[in-house]
Design a protein around this ligand. Structure first.
Ligand code: 5GP
Length: 201
């Protein structure tokens, strides 16, 4: 059985990661979107086990002690982490997995699983990012300025990612991500069965 592709997706707050990935999921329901553990409280409309597994700080720290996370990070005062067991199981079954995680976690995944493919989703420009954050209307001017400053810091990490996708239009960004998933599945390392099959003819 060929192993699935592990794809790590990061992007600045306000880039539209959620919208883009929701459409990727619609078009590729066979891909497993990892459900992270977090200590932050659920936002309105978020569901346990669907958006996140919401757990206490103590429960999270116990999981850290037991080595249950592929990676975890503290982000804006809360823990976020990815279950190692679930990811390993899916990949072993030949299922592609997408992790939507922030940059510190992405760096850890690259370290632990160098075969992972990483992708950074960016807005067309900082002006456009600022416009989108204002349009969303959920944050105060101060918070928006903080998010923009964080984005400028995070932008320095872009050089460590394999792919950069620009979210100019959602359709185009979704198309590019789907194309990357297809290309990765055609890699020689993921075509062992085929190579052995043809040579055994
Ligand atoms: P939010 O609280 O807005 O849902 O997520 C905040 C940030 O945490 C986002 O950048 C998101 O990508 C990231 N995140 C979500 N799950 C994980 C995870 O399991 N590990 C890491 N390192 N980051 C995560």
């Amino acid at each position: 059985m060929n192993k699935g592709t592990l794809m790590v997706v990061s992007g600045f707050s306000g880039t539209g990661k959620g919208t883009v990935l929701a459409q990727v999921f619609q078009r590729r329901p066979d891909v497993y979107f990892s459900v992270s553990f977090t200590t932050r409280s659920p936002r309105e409309g978020e569901r346990e086990g669907v958006d996140y597994h919401f757990i206490t700080r103590q429960a999270f720290e116990e999981r850290i002690q037991r080595g249950e996370f592929l990676e975890y990070a503290e982000y804006v005062g809360n823990y976020y982490g990815t279950s190692l067991k679930v990811i390993q199981e899916k990949l072993a079954q030949g299922i592609d997995v997408i992790l939507e995680i922030e940059i510190q976690g992405a760096a850890k995944v690259r370290e632990r699983m160098p075969e992972a493919v990483s992708l950074f989703l960016v807005p067309p420009s900082f002006e456009e990012l600022s416009r989108r954050l204002h349009k969303r209307g959920t944050d105060s001017e101060e918070v928006i300025q903080q998010r923009l400053a964080t984005a400028r810091r995070e932008a320095k990490e872009m050089v460590n990612y394999d792919y950069i996708v620009v979210n100019d239009t959602v359709e185009q960004a979704v198309g590019e991500i789907l194309a990357i998933l297809v290309a990765e599945s055609c890699r020689r390392e993921r075509r062992r069965d085929l190579i052995e099959g043809v040579n055994g003819l």
